[in-house]
Design a protein around this ligand. Sequence first.
Ligand code: 5AD
Ligand code: SF4
Length: 481
Amino acid sequence: MKSKIIHAPDLSKAASRRKEQTVFDILKSEHLASLTEMVKGWFYYIKTYGCQANVRDEETMRGMLEGIGCQPTEDAQKADIIIVNTCAVRENAEDKVYGEIGNIKYLRKTKPNLVLALCGCMVEQPEILDRVVKTFPEINLFFGTHEIPNLYDLLFEAMMSRERIINVESKPGEVVEELPVSRLNRFKAFVNIIYGCDKFCTYCIVPYTRGKERSRKFEEVIKECQDLVNQGYQEITLLGQNVNAYGKDLPDKKDFADMLEAVAKLGIPRLRFTTSHPWDFSEKMIDVIAKYPNIMKSIHLPVQSGSDEILRKMGRRYNREHYLNLVKSMREKIPGLTLSTDIIVGFPDETEEQFLETLSLVDVVKYESAFTFIYSPRKGTPAARMVDNVSKEIKTKRFLELIKHLEVSIEDSSKKMIGHSYDLLVDGVSKTDANMLSGYTDGNKLVHFSGDESMTGKIIKVRITESHTYSLIGEIVNGQD
Ligand code: 5AD
Ligand code: SF4
């Protein structure tokens, strides 16, 4: 089958940051009525990889598909529309996607009318797109993150055309409002407040795939959050690749601290946010977090490295001292705060001494949890033009050593919780033990306990009885079941 290229990705266009105003738009489609007819009785299946932004994108696509009468299915074989929503942040995320397509591509043989689509960050990179287009002739629709609001037109085109449709436009991106949403969780919700990223950390592909930093209007976010409160949601997580850069592109001078405060005042029982960049973290934000009991006392603050020289090469815009001062102020002003982070080992030229500085930073900060990564060159980023000269063996050795150091403070913080009681938002049956329920504390610690499934979605009190490195065991505090 031939391919019809409506837009092809272009990394230099994707990197452009002209100082234009954010463009606001709403959902519109010429083909809504005919498409609704065409998909009568159809099922859809979406498989999402990667970050919360991708999960929230899936929820938009679900909302759009359900808006034209399609029903969800967990069984790809039953589906008439299959969407694989991809991540490109590291190579192993990409490999998982190849595995998934490998598993489902045979469905094309039995279902000639199947819409098999690949979307998200992977297809925004020219070389990866080229490879998947060549390797998987079964896929007949490719679209990038910016194209999600055009899903109706894309589906129509893919269904009407004999050609494979490729529509991946590299652009700063818009803010599209009034998109339908079908949420995956009925008591915890993600709310986008800012899209894109302008930080251009030298290793990272995200600013190219997700476009420029652009904030949603304050009142649109408040409207979405108020709706969630009205529907009885227990937890909102405000989302952005750089959540605390919120408002910098808006004329009305409202910043992230103002947003946090306004959402907290709506009375949602639990409010979280992710991901914060240390460079944009203000004292005003710390004060707001400290002031409102319903803002969870848990902050994800990626450090990436403890070495000033590596931080400079990564383009992180802060040094070790700045980061440590920020942590000091947070720990002083926010009692009971838990901190988590992201760390990359094996960045180009990282010496043993520089790696040891990361270990010493980890020992000083005493994180309560962490995500650790081995550096993975991403084509088109500045770091990918440096020599990836730390050997695989050394990367692995550093990675394991880092985990050992992190586990000391993680285990220690968990042990200290034994005997104390914590509020828990119950997620449901535990993923690791079908006889237990599980949920997260205010500080984002995972607790398993035995209780009745009807507690799902409720906030209950548990006393911690046992601690493991990455989870805790608790028991319900009497008198509340
Ligand atoms: N290699 C390894 N880790 C990366 N991350 C982003 N890009 C890369 C890369 N090229 C990590 C960072 C970021 C997290 C989401 O993924 O630590 O904070
Ligand atoms: Fe990537 Fe850096 Fe932006 Fe985070 S802040 S998304 S690591 S470029």
